[in-house]
Structure formats: structure tokens, C-alpha cells
Design a protein around this ligand. Sequence first.
Ligand code: PMP
Length: 418
Amino acid sequence: MKTSKLPSIKKADFKKIRNDFPLIVNTLVRGKKLIYLNNAATTQKPQVVIDAINNYYEKENSNANRGADYLSEQLTIKCEQTRQKIKLYLNARFTEEIVFTRGTTEAINLVAYSWGFYNLKKGDEIIISEMEHHSNIVPWHIISRLTGAKIRKLAIENDGTIKLDNLKKLLNKNTKLVTIVHVSNVLGTVNNIREICDLAHEQGAYVLTDGAQSSGHMKIDLQELGSDFFTISGHKVYGPTGIGALYIKKEMFDQIHPFHGGGHMIKKVTIEDSNYKDVPDMLEAGTMPLAEIVGLSSALDYVTDIDMENITKWEMELGAYAYDVIRKVRGIKIYGPSLDKKTAIFSFTHDEIHPHDIATVLDYEGIAIRAGHHCTQPLMNRFGIQATARVSLSFYNTKEEIDRFGVALEKAVSFFKK
Ligand code: PMP
């Protein structure tokens, strides 16, 4: 990804910032210092987030929206402040455009059931790119079976990018939704959401953007991107698991129906019938993951404080360093576009050694990477492979860690080639 020329905070500060992550600095794996290079799976949590969750259970635990008592009122305010923080973090226009979900998977399922199920019919088309995570494919298969809407594949190029001309060829008056990941969890490709939205909107189609891998690593400006739906995952933005958010553009509200039925989302219930509040309350039935909302709030403060432009800049510097280290190892093939079109996620295969074997040997050295299909089987099929090994970086990683990883990778290759 191209980064701006803004003055970065000193690199030394990132060394200091690393100390905020107890698991990163304290963990030994078989006597060796942990090197955590699996940040696309989930990020580690800074102490402030861990403290916020502890503090919640020690001092704040109650149920939001459920009473006139002090604790409940305070918690309700805190949840709504978190919604406001997410709105600012994503530069959405209105706070009510933000719905709490358990994460990206639930957010996409919400769009599928609350919008797709009610608004799609036989003859309609949903365009899905070949680089989607299963969580942005399978819900659409379910909806396609329920409604008769057809799935159309947006093929990707050999370098792991999307050619807008291919999208143009697929778009037509029957296209109702284009659903595309912002940053690929395998290739790191940053898709051009602004242009995708322009093309889709010209045809009257809506755009869902899976922001699971972008929102922790680059500045998100929804007013600039133009997506109608956008998702984030708390656990990939240094917050807890079990919490995330879905952005729904206000203009879509009248097409949205309830997701789960239950407490809080209703205006009136009789035995025979019920009617519902507006978005977002309509989509937040039952007790929400409150400790997790409080943890996410603290995570967003933490990341905002470091400043996302600084994070992107430093991660891309680490990424360039890692790319050189991986590329030099004999027999390795790296998938995805050039560094200016991606984030610091590197998927690779070796011409003789299985990715799982590479990951296992690295684990003996205390190095955590991911190997597998990464919940992207169509993408694996596209490249004619079963799996890749994947290194994904965060701002708390260091060049020294990447060097140690490089030595271990060389060792793994020579071990299996003996
Ligand atoms: N989409 C992408 C691109 C992802 O990387 C992931 C997580 N691996 C998901 C969706 C699922 O997100 P969550 O864990 O929040 O459900």
C-alpha cells in the first residue's frame, strides 16, 4: 500500500508500544520467545483493553437498556459512546448507521438475512469476488437457495488483483449486490472499493465491503469509499472476540428487516403480533456482548491514539522488510500483488514442502504463522493449490523478529530438503 509522507512517530516509539502487549512480550514457546506473525487470524490485546474488561466485571457489570438503576444507565451511555466512536473511526455520517454484531461473519449474515432474504428474487444477481473469505460466500449461497438469486463470480488476475473491466462486464440491470473484501486475508490485496462502488451504483446495485482485514491496518473513510454495508471485527482491531460492527448506509434502512427477534428490538408485542424499533435497535435483540463492547471501546481509543497513519506506515515498512526476507528463500512462491497494492500479509508456498510442514517447524522455533486454506477455498482453486503458509504483521512486530523468522524458514527448507 502506498503510504503518505506524514511525519511518523519515532520508530523507537513502536518498540515502546510493543510493551503494551503482555502476551507478546512475556510468552515463551518451548523456552523460546514467541514471535507472533499470525495477526490476520487475530490480533493480541494491549493491557488497556484487558484492564477495561476486568474493570467492567469488577465495577460496571449490569445490563444495558434494561433499567433505571445507576449501573444500567452508565453502561447504556458507554455502549452508545462506543457506537459513536465506531462512527468516527469509520467516518460514517450517522451514529445510527452502526450496528453491533459478534464480528464480520455475523455482520454479513445479518445483511444476507435482513436485507438479502427480503429484497432478492429469482433473476437477481449477486457478484462475489474469487478472493472472498467463506463468511462472504456461504451466507449468499444460503440466500441464493432461499430466493432464487444467482451468484456470479468476479474472477481475479494472476497477481491477485481485480480488473475493473471484468466487473463492468458482469454488472447489468439484474445485479443487486456486489460483495467484495476490502483487504484479502490471504493476498493482502487492497481492493479499490471507491471505483467498485461507483460502477455498481451506476447499475443500481449495492455494495457490501468486508472490512475485517482493513479496519485494523488502514484509515477507513466510509464517506469516501461509498459502500452501502461495511463490516469490522473487534478482535482484528486489538479488541476482544465476540464483538464487531456492521455499518448500514442510512438510505438502506427502509429495506432492512429484523435479524433476531427478542428483547429490546420491539416497540410493542402482543401474543398475536409485534412491531419493531428502527435500525440499529431493531437489529440488536437480546443482551449484547457488553464486556466486549467496553473492550472494543478501549481498543479503538488505543489505536486512535497511536494514529492509523503511523500504524500503516510502520506496518508497510515491516512488510517490505519481510517481503525481502521471504522472497530470498529458495523454492518459495509468494502470492498477491506488489507491495504498493497490498497490506503486510504474505502468503507463500514452497515447490516441494507442504505449508503445514513449514508452519510446524516454525512453531518449534516459537514462531506462529498460519497454514491452510484460510477459509478461501475458491481462491486456493484459482491458484491450483490446497493451502499456503501465511505471515501477517502488526505494528508490534519488529525487524529482529522478521530476521529470526527468516533464519527459521531457511532451516525448515533445508530440514525437509535433506
Ligand atoms: N472476512 C475476512 C477477510 C477475514 O479475514 C475474517 C477472519 N478471518 C472474517 C471475514 C471473519 O471475521 P470474524 O472472525 O469477525 O467473524
